[in-house]
Design a protein around this ligand. Structure first.
Ligand code: SF4
Ligand code: SF4
Length: 345
């Protein structure tokens, strides 16, 4: 019986996409735990201590990419590692590192929105028998939308002086930016809910609609992923042109026509590698002539190890927990709707 179970588990892990599902699920569980703890933390102060106390999980700062980018730029230009959202800077830098070393592995292996989007289009395919691919004349301009949104944010940040950045980072608004984000979802307006539902419906029909066209974080990572030495690489000598790889690609990349997948849209999901029936034909490789490939499970191991080492080092060196004291949080959360808590720029 135990032997059978072991065999089943080994069989399950022999499929690379199951390994990816395992990693995605682990990150999703981690994020749900963080969300639960953070909700408890905010409720404690909202109810003046009537609900159980939860310690604030610093990982919640991973959901503040704009503040984290500002913090990183401020750190690079002034040497000051802000103590308001230090974990945000660490996570932002780690995910940037993922992109530079491992393509857009964050999108394909970590991001809960990417995970949800993937299962939405898979559900859509089950329900309607297919997904829709937008014609090129519409797909290209729509894909640039996420870069325009990213440019808007980057422009707004780089035109700020160091003093303005510092005032923002240590200001009241930034201190509770994570709380405001939580309240956005817990007290969601009908308009915002309508937009989220519309995006979810579109994702049923069009693969990764949000990620592909609108996500500025994905655009940022996609841009830097172009420089990653690790890329899906096809060996044209053994390729039979069966096109299973292209059919499997959620980013609609014409894998069977390329030698190296340089596209900023590649999420390193390895669906193409799993779909390829020819041994040693489609692999992660460091360069196109590299004799040795990087197996998908090794890729997964590197990604998870980088995450654990990066966050662990930040914890050990005191760059994880922030410096906002419980009393200050109490005041800030109880006055969250006051005009001085709004973002002005
Ligand atoms: S090219 Fe391969 S690894 Fe990249 S997104 Fe497409 S299926 Fe995933
Ligand atoms: S799935 Fe493999 S063999 Fe088929 S076209 Fe793609 S790379 Fe070539």
């Amino acid at each position: 019986m135990a032997e059978n179970k072991k065999k089943k588990f080994t069989n399950l892990l022999s499929n690379d996409q199951n390994i990816r599902l395992l990693v995605q699920t682990a990150f999703l569980i981690l994020i749900l735990v963080i969300g639960y703890e953070f909700y408890g933390f905010v409720r404690y102060y909202q109810t003046d201590g009537q609900t159980p106390y939860f310690e604030r999980p610093p990982g919640v700062e991973g959901f503040l990419p704009i503040s984290s980018l500002m913090g990183l730029i401020h750190f690079i230009t002034t040497g000051d590692f802000n103590t308001i959202h230090p974990a945000g800077i660490v996570l932002f830098f780690l995910f940037f590192l993922f992109a530079v070393l491992l393509k857009k592995g964050f999108c394909g292996w970590v991001c809960p929105v990417g995970f949800l989007s993937e299962y939405l289009w898979k559900l859509g395919r089950k329900l309607f028998g297919r997904n829709f691919v937008l014609p090129r004349w519409l797909d290209y301009p729509l894909r640039s939308l996420k870069y325009l949104i990213l440019l808007f944010f980057v422009w707004a940040i780089v035109t700020m002086s160091s003093q303005q950045l510092s005032e923002f980072l240590y200001g009241k608004y930034n201190k509770v930016a994570d709380v405001k984000m939580l309240l956005f979802f817990t007290d969601i307006s009908a308009f915002a809910l309508g937009i989220i539902i519309a995006l979810a419906v579109l994702s049923l029909f069009i693969k990764n609609f949000w990620c592909r066209y609108l996500c500025p974080y994905g655009a940022f990572l996609g841009f830097f992923s172009i420089f990653s030495p690790l890329k899906v690489t096809r060996n044209p000598d053994t390729c039979t042109d069966c096109r299973h790889c292209t059919e499997a690609c959620p980013s609609n990349i014409m894998v069977h026509t390329k030698i190296r997948i340089r596209s900023d849209e590649c999420m390193a999901c390895a669906a193409c590698i799993t779909a390829c029936p020819e041994k040693e034909t489609l692999k992660f490789r460091l360069h196109k002539k590299a004799k040795r490939s990087v197996p998908v499970r090794v890729y997964a191991l590197i990604l998870v190890a980088l995450f654990i080492i990066g966050t662990g080092l930040a914890m050990l060196t005191g760059h994880w927990k922030n410096s906002v004291k419980p009393d200050e949080y109490k005041t800030l959360i109880q006055q969250i709707d006051a005009p001085e808590m709004e973002h002005v720029n």
